[in-house]
Design a protein around this ligand. Structure first.
Ligand code: NAD
Length: 357
């Protein structure tokens, strides 16, 4: 064996009702907190304010998708006004993203309480948007000091978001299995992450109040976040970033529609990854299993219906081969065109049509 494994020194509290421990955990980080939330989750922010008692300095409830620089600057002013020495973020990837931006810009450590399956809370990846341009980077300093996972907080997630966000997490795990810088630890987390999500998502679709399934799904998403934070992504993420940026398509839903096709493309060149993924999905062929899971849970599988114009196939095939991410199978324009043509209509993935690399 010969590998490099990056890990980050954050603390995780994982339990039903763990939110009630927020004051004890916050006291380990600082003395005065700026609480962060979106406008939609302001009441969750107020609840954290109450739980923090004397540690609560203020609530900034204007966290926004894609972390606009203007919002980061407003939050910096709010932090300064109250003399905050750390932040407590409650919400999804957008709120976590704001906490990370404040760590990057002002060195404020954070305690993050995730309420979606995005996984951003355990990655060193940050992003900020200005004039429509998103800048991203990696910096170990943006990783939260503490993450509180409380499955009770995901109960209010609508089913559509649960499914898309969960499939997005499976995508992180799938690509971790064949990442150029993958290793046995990442593979172990990725396989367990896929297994947890593959089992729990159908149960949540049946019964959103199934607490055991909520716990299993959140656990799987933590693992997926760790995989994303520790290993590189490949063709699947490249296609999603290309399409999302070019055609302003919904993030997690685009991941869901492309994943079975990207995996079908890479399967012939990543046999070990497919063995692990299959083992995590009841022995099924990964591309078909992913397609069936997503469609059974009501996900939209057609890129056309998600807003991609037909000429997008040609444009994205050309864009995807420019500066490709490292990928187990060589990325060819014809191969990507065929892959996207199937995803465009929402057809089943067909790995057999592709010549092995
Ligand atoms: P989000 O944070 O944008 O939340 C979407 C909406 O759902 C918001 O209005 C939010 O308040 C609401 N919401 C959140 N939790 C809820 C709950 N439990 N019940 C009801 N409503 C709830 O969505 P997201 O999918 O968590 O995050 C997406 C963003 O995160 C994207 O911008 C993506 O790029 C980023 N992201 C970053 C990383 C990283 O490592 N940096 C990883 C994954 C995602």
């Amino acid at each position: 064996m010969d590998f490099t494994f990056n890990s980050f020194p954050y603390r995780v509290i994982f339990a039903h009702g763990a939110l009630n421990r927020v004051a004890d955990e916050a006291a380990l980080i600082g003395k005065r907190a700026l609480i962060l939330s979106t406008p939609e989750q302001a009441s969750a922010g107020r609840n954290v304010f109450a739980l923090l008692g004397p540690l609560a300095g203020g609530l900034f409830d204007r966290a926004t998708m894609h972390v606009p620089v203007s919002i980061v600057e407003e939050a910096l002013v709010a932090a300064k006004e109250i003399g905050a020495d750390f932040t407590v973020a409650i919400g999804g990837g957008s709120t976590t993203g704001l906490a990370k931006a404040l760590s990057l810009r002002a060195g404020l450590p954070s305690l993050v309480i995730p309420t979606t399956y995005a996984g951003s809370e355990v990655t060193p990846i940050w992003g900020m948007t200005e004039d429509g341009i998103k800048t991203t980077g990696r910096d170990a300093g943006v990783v939260p000091r503490t993450v509180i996972y409380d499955p009770d907080l995901t109960r209010s997630l609508p089913l559509g978001m649960t499914v898309a966000s969960g499939l997005n997490a499976i995508a992180h795990c799938m690509e971790g299995l064949y990442a150029v810088d993958g290793n046995p630890i990442v593979s172990m987390m990725a396989e367990e992450g896929i297994r947890s999500l593959y089992e729990s998502l159908p149960r949540l679709a049946e019964d959103g109040g199934d607490d055991e399934a909520r716990t299993q799904a959140l656990y799987g998403c933590w693992l997926a976040g760790m995989v994303l934070g520790s290993a590189s992504v490949a063709l699947h993420h490249k296609l999603c970033h290309t399409l999302g940026g070019r055609f302003d398509m919904p993030h997690a839903e685009t991941h869901t529609a492309i994943l079975p096709h990207a995996i079908a493309y890479n399967a012939p060149a990543a046999p070990d990854a497919m063995v692990r993924a299959s083992r995590a999905m009841g022995g099924r062929e990964p591309p078909a299993a992913l397609y069936e899971l997503a469609s059974k849970l009501g996900a939209e599988m057609s890129l056309a219906k998600l807003g991609m114009p037909e000429e997008g196939i040609e444009i994205a095939a050309k864009l995807a081969i420019q500066n490709p991410y490292p990928n187990p199978r060589p990325v060819t324009e014809d191969g990507i065109r065929a892959l996207l043509a199937r995803a465009y209509t929402g057809a089943m993935p067909q790995s057999a049509e592709l010549e092995p690399a």
